[in-house]
Design a protein around this ligand. Sequence first.
Ligand SMILES: [Mn+2]
Length: 244
Amino acid sequence: MKQQTLFISDLHLQETEPHIVALFEQFLMQYAPHAETLYILGDLFEVWPGDDENTSFAQKIKALIKACVSNGTPVKILPGNRDFLLGPRFANETGCTILKDPTVIDLYNEKLLLLHGDTLCTHDRLHQFYRRIVQNPLFNRLATQLLPLSFRKKIGLQLRKFSKGHTKKLTPTAMDVIKESVSQAYQKHNASIMIHGHTHRQKIDTTIENNQHFTRYVLGAWHETGNALSVLPDGNKQFLIISQ
Ligand SMILES: [Mn+2]
């Protein structure tokens, strides 16, 4: 019986971390079949250079997602800042749906705001600048159509190196969400519940403004164990720890 909806993010899948791929496989076999829908809220991949990526590793992950969809659990992916180039061809090949960031869904009579989460970290100006460029549809089209895959991979590597160096210099507050951006997101989308990842720390953050409750569910990144949020039809929400 399918009586829940699952949310995961920040698996950062890469060939050099086979245990996380194994955890993901296990999650798809044990948990996904019991879900009405599986939502992946960004950074499924450590890097995605474009939908023409076709290494055996990429093929393996595509096959896993395709099998999940064919077995009756729709997969909806909202790309993150690492895999923002996930697009229509990937969707076609796997049967998944690509969502825009942000997306509002109606789930069991609740309105849920879904986002990757990096747009809430507005103290990190450099990242916001980077995001505006890479998520511009024109840039996206130019990058994938004009630049060869090998070149995009090199740029990706450089960007990650740069981002790691930059992140080291940031204070912990700059890496977390900022209150004002969170509150603006609630207002803008007229939602009182949001689910996101990106900051990598599982968390439930409740605030009260004008007598209204707002709740933010933050998905944890996958390392030694996996992390998922299960939402039940009665609105109950529970974090799951996936371990071998
Ligand atoms: Mn991220």
